[in-house]
Design a protein around this ligand. Structure first.
Ligand code: PAN
Ligand code: ZN
Length: 185
């Protein structure tokens, strides 16, 4: 068993910043090449899309990985800024998302092509069962911030959905955010 002493981390609820944080990763438009239907405008440069702050614990099923994600508002073509999205490498591993700020959607899908879309708002608790790929989308005009906790050895498989994406897209339509079939899926 990996011994970890009890500890506390403080979160700035509206910013998602963890203090102390063990590890921070940033994803820019260039990290998401080919994941949006359209190529980003050159004027957008290499904009920051999201930041993840992680609490690092051993990658074992005895532990629970915790992180916060801060998704910037923005669009590429008609699609809202989103995370890359992934299956867990160990397919059966589940995850919980707690919404803290902003307005988003959590798009989930199985390898068989079933899909589900849930809301992320302050106070929303979303349960992502094992076997469901998941991607979060910021449909608002401010930051989207959420906390995630998942089984320690889950791992991340980005490759499976990298090329085709998920069955549906979240687009900015004149009457509001729209869930559209993904033509590439
Ligand atoms: C989340 C995600 C985080 C970033 O902590 O890892 O929101 O999204 P991507 O990992 O798809 O880039 C989670 O689902 N962890 O398992
Ligand atoms: Zn996950």
């Amino acid at each position: 068993r990996d011994a970890v002493a009890p500890f506390n981390v403080l979160m700035e609820l509206d910013k998602g910043v963890l203090e102390p944080t063990d590890h921070t990763k940033r994803r820019h438009l260039s990290d998401m090449h080919g994941m949006y239907l359209e190529e980003p405008d050159e004027a957008a440069g290499d904009a920051l899309v999201y930041t993840v702050h992680e609490i690092v614990v051993p990658e074992s099923p005895d532990h629970i990985q915790c992180s916060t994600t801060i998704l910037q508002p923005g669009r590429v073509g008609r699609e809202f800024f989103m995370t890359k999205g992934h299956f867990h490498e160990v397919r059966g591993r589940s995850e919980v998302y707690l919404g803290l700020r902003g307005e988003g959607r959590l798009v989930m899908a199985t390898e068989g092509g079933d899909h589900a879309v849930e809301h992320i708002v302050p106070g929303s608790v979303s349960y992502v069962p094992g076997g469901w790929a998941h991607r979060s989308v910021n449909i608002g005009s401010e930051l989207l911030v959420f906390f995630a906790a998942y089984v320690g050895d889950a791992g991340h498989d980005y490759a499976t959905i990298e090329d085709e994406g998920l069955p549906v897209l979240l687009t900015d339509a004149p009457d509001g955010p729209r869930v559209e079939r993904n033509p590439r899926y």
